[in-house]
Design a protein around this ligand. Structure first.
Ligand code: 8YV
Length: 328
């Protein structure tokens, strides 16, 4: 396959340097408006292109993929998560799917740690108070949050990002606990002083802070449902920088409103960009607009990975970040 002739359709605006390089290497169609593609636009794209560069805002589902043309060979996701892509259908049709793991690990872990710090210490409430001119002077019992040091952090999903969160949290004196499909290596457990919980239920009932760092798959959809949220201690906090679908958002809002949970820091939502209105305006909740990986460095490196994946594929080799359905 001659890479100069590959037709690449990009669904969203990417950093300038990334778009420039894509244009140099391939017959690239960009989206200067940056408006998310409709399902019809996605279908049109897979009918015409060899490669689609997608993002989390594109639903590259079975409906779309089943209408792809003979020439369509690759979905190169700009992002680590691929829950917006029907990887099984792609695989069945011989379409390669790639993603961009690794380069957004530290950025996402930083935002996770920021929420782990900000929610228990009520930083957002403090900022709001200052902005409202309501600081009347220091008082001994005012704005008391909860100490991090010595508390138990339960990480759900101990992959790259989960481990990066654990490393940061350990430095703040948190005790690391985790639930994962399988135990991480003894070396990593020792480095992080991490305790593995085979039973998520048992872990949840003992944690002071829970951080969601697993991908959204059929197996993790609403992993934190009403029943599991009930298991958590009323003084516990929850942080999610992975995918909104892992938590039953309505059940979470209910638990926060009724005081069954002490607070939450959320960067992701079940029906983005919609946010459950019951979560908005709660004093013990910090909401962020899915910005975990939003750094200049990270977004450029994600773009670089997209380019490497397409170029490697175009040169007839297996792209480094191929997503294999079996390991999802
Ligand atoms: C990305 C993310 O920025 O990589 C992911 O899976 O959730 C985000 O941080 C987004 O997905 C871009 O497609």
């Amino acid at each position: 396959m001659s890479d100069t002739r590959l037709k690449v359709i990009v669904t969203r605006r990417l950093p300038d340097a990334v778009e420039l390089r894509l244009k140099e290497l391939f017959d690239t169609e960009l989206n200067p408006s940056d408006e998310a593609f409709s399902q019809d636009q996605l279908i049109d794209a897979v009918k015409r292109a060899d490669v689609l560069v997608s993002t989390v805002t594109d639903q590259v589902d079975g409906q779309v993929l089943s209408q792809s043309g003979e020439q369509f060979k690759m979905v190169a996701q700009f992002g680590a998560g691929v829950d917006n892509i029907d990887v099984q259908t792609a695989n069945a049709r011989g379409i390669t799917v790639t993603n961009t793991p690794g380069v957004l690990t530290d950025d996402t872990a930083d935002v996770t740690m920021a929420l782990i710090l900000a929610v228990p210490r009520r930083l957002y409430e403090g900022i709001e108070l200052m902005e409202a001119g309501k600081f009347d002077g220091w008082a001994p019992t005012w704005m008391m949050g909860r100490r991090l040091s010595g508390k138990r952090l339960g990480i759900i999903g101990m992959g790259r990002i989960g481990q990066a969160v654990a490393r940061r949290a350990k430095a703040f004196g948190l005790q690391i606990h985790y639930h994962n499909r399988k135990k991480v290596s003894r070396l990593i457990e020792e480095e992080l002083d991490a305790t593995f919980w085979d039973s998520l239920d048992q872990m949840l009932s003992r944690m002071d802070i829970v951080s969601v760092n697993c991908p959204h798959t059929p197996a993790t959809f609403h992993l934190l449902n009403a029943r599991r949220l009930e298991l958590m201690k009323p003084e516990a906090f929850i942080v999610n920088t992975a995918r909104g679908e892992v938590i039953d958002e309505a059940a979470l809002a209910g638990a926060l409103q009724s005081g069954k949970l002490a607070g939450a820091g959320l960067d992701v939502f079940e029906r983005e960009p919609a946010v459950n209105p019951d979560l908005v305006g709660l004093p013990n909740v910090i909401l962020l607009p899915h910005m975990g990986s939003a750094t200049v460095e990270g977004r450029n490196e994600m773009g670089e990975k997209v380019i490497i994946n397409i170029k490697t594929f175009a040169d007839g080799h297996r792209p480094p970040d191929r997503v294999i359905p079996a390991i999802l």
